[in-house]
Design a binder for this molecule. Structure first.
Ligand code: MN
Length: 261
């Protein structure tokens, strides 16, 4: 294979350029082609799919194939692909390995998943990879699986408008009990905002109080991960609830009291 034919793989994340998971992902994919890392210069977890429009962005070239950007995960993908940071259009975008799960209803908060969404919008196959734990992360299983998955995506491609969201149990590779193709699970929201009084007597709020709880639903990402399996969820960009379209048409909504269009 000629040098120009080696796959170009863009790696990004939302935990920031110094993240251990990012390094693990970049290293694991380096055997498959040319890897370029473009990641936020600090942690931007829960940045969602936000894009910075109110100020200019700067990229810093830190090392060969390593760039940081003073923006969001989505900014990173935009600068890499459309801003000329990459030598050519990437064949694959891999996001992660995130320090913490990105499952179920949480995916729209996730900067990691949003990096993959942005790549998908630009027509580039992408996956997001997260380790479901809250400390003492073991990235070995996720790194190994990322390489397998990347190989397969480079060979097969992905359906249009589809990205893969992967959550890996925080276990050593030998303790992983297989791979499950799953659907998004459902969070139980409770006590997620802490309200307290600061030293000057004013009220403050801090989002993310209690550990997340999940509904016990079969075939979900949470279900798989809690059983020690790697969860592989195909996500698509169309948020439309197609089943509700016909019902909504019967509401007879109009602005001027006349018949709806
Ligand atoms: Mn994160």
């Amino acid at each position: 294979m000629g040098r120009e034919e080696r796959p170009l793989i863009l790696v990004s994340n939302d935990d920031g350029i110094g993240s251990v998971g990012l390094k693990a992902l970049a290293e694991s994919l380096s055997g498959l082609g040319e890897v370029v890392v473009v990641a936020p210069d600090r942690e931007r977890s829960a940045a969602g799919h936000s894009l910075t429009l109110s100020r200019p962005l700067r990229a810093s070239h830190l090392d060969e194939g390593w760039y940081s950007v003073d923006g969001t995960p989505t900014d990173c993908i935009a600068l890499a692909v459309m801003g000329g940071l990459l030598p050519r259009r990437p064949h694959l975008v891999a996001a992660g390995i995130n320090h913490g799960a990105n499952m179920g209803d949480d995916v729209t908060y996730s900067g990691t998943v949003s990096s993959a969404i942005e790549a998908t919008l630009q027509g580039i196959p992408a996956f997001a990879m997260s380790v479901a734990g809250d400390g003492d992360f073991d990235f070995r299983a996720a790194a190994r699986f990322a390489k397998r998955l990347a190989e397969e995506i480079l060979r097969r491609g992905l359906p249009r408008d589809t990205l893969l969201n992967v959550n890996v149990p925080n276990l050593p590779p030998e303790a992983i009990r297989g791979v499950a193709v799953t659907r998004q699970g459902r969070r139980v929201y409770s006590e997620t905002v802490v309200r307290k009084i600061d030293p000057r007597g004013k009220t403050y709020y801090w989002i993310g109080g209690a550990a997340p709880k999940w509904e016990r639903l079969e075939d979900t990402d949470y279900d798989a991960v809690s059983a020690g399996r790697i969860s592989l969820t195909p996500l698509h960009l169309d948020l439309t609830n197609h089943r509700v379209i016909d019902e909504l048409k019967t509401w007879g909504l109009s602005v001027n009291g006349g018949p709806p269009a």
